[in-house]
Design a protein around this ligand. Structure first.
Ligand code: HEM
Length: 880
């Protein structure tokens, strides 16, 4: 009923508007506008492509914003999606201009008949983009993911698929209510105050000299780059490919004019970098609109505001390895043999190990001569992988290389196990295992350190609740544009390179960050990926502290190697938030059920810092206007995490939705067999490193920083990933056991009775205990009689006697303790000591046990902060 009323109301409204304009636009006017818009957009695209190629080929006039634009350039399917949206948007703008529709309340679409609207949608290509696909004809839908994730959700087939709009958790707030960014007209107030220039905010709040960076005592630089790696599985917001304004023909990077798609970043007077040249701008290109949004929303019945596209799938499906676009996915595969492999570099290798293939374009990565000052240096093109940003830094490129190798390792091992499998099956099964790996590692090892154990176990995430087709997994706009950019403040100013002993590499020293952007040649000619991977796990992450937020490598020298105006990542993040119409800081605090600070005193409490609160208010005038990325990264960390409460909430909700809304999530029934799931749980980044590099010793948990010597393990001591559950039909290819052999010599004398039998020693391993519940130590050191159950964490006595139990646990918490319980009753509270952010909980006792008695450990709080090397042991002293 309510819906009918609504439709009537809309109908009435359109009627009234139509009367205001007296008539609807003629069909010929509409068709002319479509054809003119297409021509103007096509010209702008063609010009932009030719101009970009000219700049790359001649390497003249290239500048850092070209690089960002090229990286964010829509390719293949995304390009068609963006082009269609641009056609549609511009058609309506032409109609608006030509027919003098300047009333804010009146849109061109109000004056176009439903039939003409449909024609426009069809001619621009937008209709095809929203048509529902038919999932019935998709092969292997229950077994494997489609490349684009279309049909992951059978009821809403496009949910979570590539090239769909980001989800809005809160309505957008554009300056004109529909389309224009906040700050487009700098003299218009928002909530009663003018918005400060983003570069001014960056200078005043974020600026940090490289040498003032504080390192994180707990985490390695790998946790930062793993975050970027994960982001590149989940979000990519394309720009429009046009480098000049559709309206005026102005080149975005040559002018400070705000004209679609140019939204340049203005420089404040007396800027530390630009000085007197503050009339210059840092070029900025608006993110491309999605079809049927912004001025065109009416066409598809969508909300009438501009939306941005995510060209990647929303799922943790390792799209950065395989591509989220059919064409790219095909290009990445080695189809010359039927072996299920990914393509590798044909010209170069890394001490015999595979390197990524090169991009077919001669491109931006050819900077070796310029950076090394050696004009004779051999240049190489960029690497190509499932995500276009693969070359952004050599840490990220090394991750890509390692994961491509792991796919190929798996495909080869599966081929040995199942020689009857086709290349397609080998490829899809290896890809599926890789998907499982990353779902396990992200939830088990990564997220806990970012959003902290309390939130990970709280109502926002908690244990896996099972698949729900009504949960929309799409990535939210605020996640991509603000919250998951938190780690821009955890990047070190160096990309470290270490030798076999985890010491600074003498031959290939660490490089300043701005000298490692888009430099695949460093992996080809400078010792490969091993020194870089060691640098990631052997050195600390940067710590985001309120007075040392973003160092100069990212604020003053982003992509500087191309000369001219280097970019400022902090300013880009805030300008992007305004471009996307993100609501301000306080709206998001309210969304997450957090307090809404209004005064200096209240903000000082939230930030736990009066000086910072004062600076923020001085810049913004009101807390409501603080750019959400800035407000989020300025908050103090939640317990055990590396983000404040606001971003913890947004990140937690995102990961919960992309898990619960994923029909092919690894823990769902019928995705993997139980034995396969068991295997997947033992995966670790350490094992993957050991299997795919020349590194022989690794930290057991590579996200947790340990000085060399403690917590490192030899590769041969890490169990290999068990692929046997992937043997088809459980066939035993080793054949039948032979006849019994001759009797061997007598063994050593046995001990008498049960005394020697009842014993166990276990380590926590990569497990994720729940506070208050028995802690299941998964890694068995000794458990000869299986009396300790590694699934439940409970030791059960079968031999009455007197037993001794000992434990030693380390917790990444400020507080925490561990209890030893006998038949659920507390027997012993651990002895705890605290040192630099860790709690050590130890204990030991002697107990008399009867048959069936149980003993286990539990942690009342801080349980999920336990480190992998925590251990528990018990053995019988004598029988009674
Ligand atoms: C390691 C060096 C890194 C560099 C140089 C870098 C640089 C950039 C740049 C230039 C953008 C586009 C800015 C814009 O125009 O809006 C961006 C976007 C982004 N970055 Fe980073 N980033 C790095 C690491 C990270 C890390 C560690 C994370 C997260 C853990 C991250 C998360 C993101 C996200 C979510 C986006 C938005 C992506 C999109 O939807 O297109 N980045 N980054």
């Amino acid at each position: 009923m309510a819906r009918v009323l609504c439709v009537l109301a809309v109908g009435l409204c359109v009627c009234v508007l139509a009367q205001v304009a007296a008539e609807t636009l003629s069909r010929s006017a509409v068709l002319r506008a479509v054809s003119d818009a297409k021509k103007i957009i096509d010209d702008a695209y063609t010009y932009s492509r030719a101009e970009t190629l000219r700049r790359v080929r001649t390497r003249k006039d290239l500048n850092p914003s070209d690089l960002l634009r090229l990286v964010k350039q829509p390719a293949r399917e995304t390009r068609s999606a963006v082009r269609a949206a641009d056609y549609l948007e511009y058609t309506l703008q032409l109609l608006q201009d030509r027919h003098h529709i300047h009333k804010r309340s009146l849109n061109a679409t109000d004056l176009i008949s439903a039939e003409d609207l449909e024609t426009i949608a069809r001619l621009t290509g937008c209709a095809a983009r929203v048509r529902q696909p038919n999932c019935k004809t998709t092969p292997h839908l229950n077994q494997y993911r489609t490349t684009t994730s279309v049909c992951n959700n059978r009821k809403f087939p496009r949910r979570g698929s590539s090239n769909t709009p980001f989800l809005r958790l809160l309505p957008a707030e554009y300056q004109d209510g529909v389309n224009l960014p906040q700050g487009w007209d700098p003299m218009l107030q928002r909530n009663g105050a003018l918005l400060p220039l983003v570069r001014l905010v960056s200078n005043r709040i974020l600026s940090t000299a490289n040498e003032d960076v504080v390192s994180d005592n707990l985490y390695t630089h790998l946790i930062t780059i793993f975050g970027q790696w994960t982001d590149h599985d989940l979000t990519f917001t394309p720009h429009s490919p046009s480098i000049r304004s559709f309206n005026s023909g102005t080149n975005c990077d040559e002018s400070c004019l705000r004209t679609e798609p140019c939204f340049p970043i203005r420089i404040p007077p007396n800027d530390t970098r630009f000085g007197r040249n503050s009339d210059e701008c840092i070029p900025f290109f608006r993110s491309a609109p999605a079809c049927g949004t912004g001025n065109t929303g009416h066409i598809f019945g969508a909300a009438n505001v501009r939306e941005q596209l995510n060209s990647l799938t929303a799922f943790l499906d390792v799209g950065q390895v395989y591509g989220a676009d059919e064409g790219l996915a095909r290009d990445l595969r080695d189809l010359t043999t039927d072996s299920g492999l990914l393509r590798v570099n044909e010209g170069f290798n890394d001490s015999g190990r595979e390197l990524l293939p090169f991009s077919p374009m001669k491109d931006m990565c050819a900077s070796r001569g310029r950076i090394t000052n050696d004009t004779n240096a051999e240049e190489v093109p960029c690497f190509i992988a499932g995500d276009e940003r693969v070359d952004e830094n050599i840490g990220l490129s090394s991750m890509h290389t390692m994961m491509m190798r792991e796919h190929n390792r798996l495909a080869r091992a599966l081929a040995k196990l199942n020689p009857q499998w086709s290349g397609e099956t080998l490829f899809q099964e290896a890809r599926k295992i890789m998907g499982g790996y990353f779902q396990v590692i992200t939830f088990r090892d990564y997220l806990r350190h970012i959003i902290g154990p309390d939130i990970l176990n709280g109502p926002e995430i908690g244990p896996f609740p099972g698949y729900d087709e009504n949960v929309d997994p799409s990535i939210s706009n605020v996640f991509a544009t603000a919250a998951f950019r938190f780690a821009h403040l955890a990047i070190q100013p160096f990309m470290f390179r270490l030798d076999e002993n985890y010491q600074d590499h003498q031959k290939w020293p660490s490089v300043l960050f701005h000298r490692n952007f888009f430099t695949p040649w460093r992996l080809v000619f400078e010792g490969g990926i091993d020194p870089v991977i060691r640098g990631l796990v052997g050195r600390q992450a940067k710590l985001n502290v309120q007075d040392h937020m973003m160092h100069d490598e990212l604020r003053e020298r982003l992509f500087e190697f191309l000369g001219h105006v280097a970019l400022d990542l902090a300013a880009l993040n805030m300008q992007r938030g305004r471009d996307h119409g993100l609501p301000g800081y306080n709206s998001w605090r309210r969304f997450c059920g957090l307090s809404k600070p209004r005064t200096l005193e209240e903000l000082a409490v939230v930030m736990n810092n009066t000086e910072l609160a004062r600076q923020l208010l001085e810049l913004y005038g009101t807390v409501d206007n603080i750019d959400v990325w800035l407000g989020g990264v300025a908050e103090p960390f939640v317990n055990g995490g590396r983000v404040g409460p606001l971003f913890a909430c947004i990140i937690a909700r995102q990961f919960q939705r992309l898990r619960q809304g994923d029909r092919l999530w690894w823990e769902n029934d019928d995705v993997f067999t139980e034995a396969q799931r068991e295997s997947l749980q033992t995966t670790s980044l350490s094992r993957i490193m050991c299997d795919n590099t020349g590194i022989t010793e690794v930290p057991e948990n590579p996200f947790e920083f340990r000085p060399r010597g403690a917590g490192y393990t030899r590769c041969e001591d890490i169990p290999a990933f068990d692929l046997s559950p992937w043997r088809a039909n459980g066939e035993d290819r080793q054949g039948h056991p032979g006849p019994p052999g001759p009797q061997g010599p007598a063994g050593p004398p046995g001990s008498n009775g049960a005394a020697a039998r009842a014993a166990f020693a276990v380590r926590l391993g990569y497990n994720f205990p729940h506070p208050g519940k028995p802690i299941a130590f998964k890694n068995v050191i000794y458990n000869g009689q299986d009396l300790y159950n590694t699934k439940t964490g409970v030791f059960t006595c079968t031999q009455p006697g007197v037993y001794q139990f000992d434990f030693h646990c380390t917790l990444y918490q400020n507080v925490g303790n561990v209890d030893l319980r006998h038949n659920d009753k507390l027997v012993l509270h651990s002895f705890t000591t605290q040192q630099s952010g860790y709690v050590t909980a130890t204990g030991g006792t002697i107990l008399q046990l009867a048959t069936g008695d149980t003993v286990y450990l539990s942690a009342n709080y801080g349980g999920n902060g336990l480190t992998a090397d925590s251990f528990f042991s018990g053995h019988i002293l004598f029988s009674v």
